[in-house]
Every structure is written in C-alpha cells, then in structure tokens.
Design a protein around this ligand. Structure first.
Ligand SMILES: Nc1ncnc2c1ncn2[C@@H]1O[C@H](COP(=O)(O)OP(=O)(O)O)[C@@H](O)[C@H]1O
Ligand SMILES: [Mg+2]
Length: 212
C-alpha cells in the first residue's frame, strides 16, 4: 500500500480585525492551486458541538464569564473541534487551516485576563495532548487599526471587541511573546499592508516552512 500524504495543520492568529478571515480564504485558494485538499475552519467552533459553545463565548455581555470559565469553555470547544473536524481531516491527508487555535486562549485568557500560563498549559494537555499546529501565522497590527477594521464588519459577535483598549494591547503583546517563545512553529507577519501583499508573504512562509 502506498503511504498517504500527510495533512498539515496551519493556524492563523492575531487580534480583532487583523485580517485572519480574509487571508484564510486566500490561503485556501493558493493551497488548492497546488493540488492540496484543504479545509478551512475556525475557533471557537468548527464543528456543530463547538459552534454551540462558540455562541456562549462570542455573544452577550463582557462580564458573562470570568477568565477561568472562558478558558474551560474554549478548551471544551477545542477538543470537540479536533475530534470531529481537524483530526479526521488530517487522517485523510487534507490540509487544515484554522482561524484561531490555542494561542488565542493564551493571548486572550492568559495575557489579556491574567490566567496563569501554567494552568492553560495543563488544560492544553488535558484537551489536546501532544498535538500541535505544524505552522502558526500571527498577523500583527496596531490595535486601533484592527478594531477600526473589525467595527466596519460589526455583527452580533462583539463580546471580545467590546473589551477595553488595554486588554487588546495585552493580547497583542501576548501573541508577540508566544511567537518569540516558539520560533520553530510561529511566524509573525505585519498585517498593516494591502491584502494581496500579505497573502504573498503568507504563501512564502508556507512554502519555506512546509514546502507547500
Ligand atoms: N490588509 C487589509 N487592509 C485593509 N482592510 C483589510 C485588510 N485585511 C482585511 N481587511 C478588512 O478588515 C475587516 C476585518 O478583516 P477580517 O479578515 O474579518 O479580520 P479578522 O478575521 O482577523 O477579525 C474586513 O472588513 C476586511 O475586509
Ligand atoms: Mg475573522
């Protein structure tokens, strides 16, 4: 039997309005032109059960949950997403591109809300085990720019956007710190440029790191 090509797991991270959704659609098209089978997905959510948990997290008043409850909900949704969507796709040899993953929990609940990183690491072990993304792209831009972009596409999912600027500043610093600590897995990309230039940069990084 010939061995099946291994799927790859790529995650896109960054603050509100950084361009994750925009770039994921473009990265998908670029990968498909290279004959990869691709699924795009998102967190929180990405499977029917996890989407139900997403609604609890992204809608409603800011003070609805404390940081610990939020972290538990995110990891519950993440495990369900992995079991139902991500792991089966990788088994089939598909490439999976996710709009946010565990680095968002560390950035938002850890750096943003002050939950101990050691606690989040323990939750990661319980919910995810040793599994990790093959590549994480962090889209970085000034928080005011991101929030302004996000406000222009405003819908019901504003619970995180409504947190104060200081919170978003900690999230941005958190993502940069995460990248510094895991340079083999993470690449930071300046997300202030035009959409097409950022897509090219992401494609270059995917080629470099994963040989797409
Ligand atoms: N490079 C860019 N320059 C200007 N506007 C952008 C850029 N990338 C995305 N946008 C716009 O900013 C808004 C937020 O982008 P989106 O991809 O939804 O961000 P995210 O998913 O990270 O929150 C959208 O209206 C999108 O069209
Ligand atoms: Mg988005």
């Amino acid at each position: 039997m010939t061995e099946r090509a291994a799927g790859r797991f790529i995650t896109l991270e960054g603050g509100e309005g950084a361009g994750k959704s925009t770039q994921i659609a473009r990265l998908r098209a670029w990968l498909e032109r290279r004959a990869h089978r691709v699924i795009t997905t998102r967190e929180p959510g990405g499977s029917p059960g996890a989407e139900m948990i997403r609604k609890l997290l992204v809608e409603g008043p800011v003070e609805r949950w404390d940081g610990t409850t939020e972290a538990l909900l995110h990891f519950a949704a993440r495990r369900e997403h992995l079991r139902s969507t991500v792991w089966p796709a990788l088994e089939r040899g598909d490439w999976v591109v996710s709009d946010r993953f565990a680095d968002s929990t560390l950035a938002y609940q850890g750096y943003g809300h002050g939950i101990e990183p050691a606690i989040l690491e323990q939750l990661y072990k319980v919910a995810v085990g040793d599994f990790q993304p093959d590549l994480t792209i962090i889209l970085d831009l000034p928080i005011e720019t991101g929030l302004k972009r996000a406000a222009e596409r405003r819908g019901a999912e504003t619970r995180y956007e409504n947190l104060p600027l200081e919170f978003h500043a900690r999230v941005r610093e958190g993502f940069l710190e995460i990248a510094k600590r895991a340079p083999k897995r993470c690449v930071v990309i300046d997300a202030t440029g035009d959409v097409e230039a950022i897509t090219r940069r992401i494609a270059d990084v995917v080629t470099d790191r994963l040989g797409a």
